[in-house]
Design a protein around this ligand. Structure first.
Ligand SMILES: [Zn+2]
Length: 151
């Protein structure tokens, strides 16, 4: 018996996503989409197997970049800044296995040094929310992630 679960992706793990509070859904590699990032709204067709939800199909409702106000910096400048910080160590080169998302609270993004406002999504890396070097705008995190993969 399949159910449709709708919501915003709050956490992305190696083979699961979490929507809202508590609904962790296992995502088989055949169903995985590269667009699955924190902040994206999805509807997931899933079935309950034992006590675990397994995704059969995932439909993206909208992209976060279209929904939230953009960072006030042109993309080339932003990418150069992130690269410079990766090279001089102000941004960590390693990736952490978990990222989480939350509404911004006015604290600065470690990549662009601008505040992540209430109407923007803040991405945190790792399990701890109190590491200021691992807090980002969703678009800054996406550029950082691309640049780390290149190295
Ligand atoms: Zn930023």
């Amino acid at each position: 018996m399949a159910s449709v679960i709708m919501g915003m992706v709050q956490e992305v793990g190696h083979s699961f996503i979490r929507l809202g509070v508590g609904s962790q859904i296992r995502v088989p590699s055949a169903v995985w989409k590269p667009e699955l990032v924190v902040g994206v709204r999805v509807s997931v067709t899933a079935r309950l197997l034992g006590s675990e939800w397994i995704a059969d199909e995932i439909v993206l409702e909208e992209q976060p970049h279209q929904t939230y106000p953009r960072v006030q910096m042109d993309q080339g400048t932003l990418r150069s800044l992130i690269l410079a910080k990766l090279i001089d160590g102000r941004l960590a080169r390693d990736t952490l296995p978990r990222v989480w998302g939350a509404a911004g609270d006015g604290q600065n993004c470690a990549a662009c040094d601008q505040a992540v406002t209430k109407n923007q999504i803040m991405i945190g890396e790792g399990l701890r929310a109190d590491d200021p070097t691992r807090r980002f705008h969703i678009e800054c995190f996406s550029i950082l992630d691309q640049e780390r993969r290149r190295r």
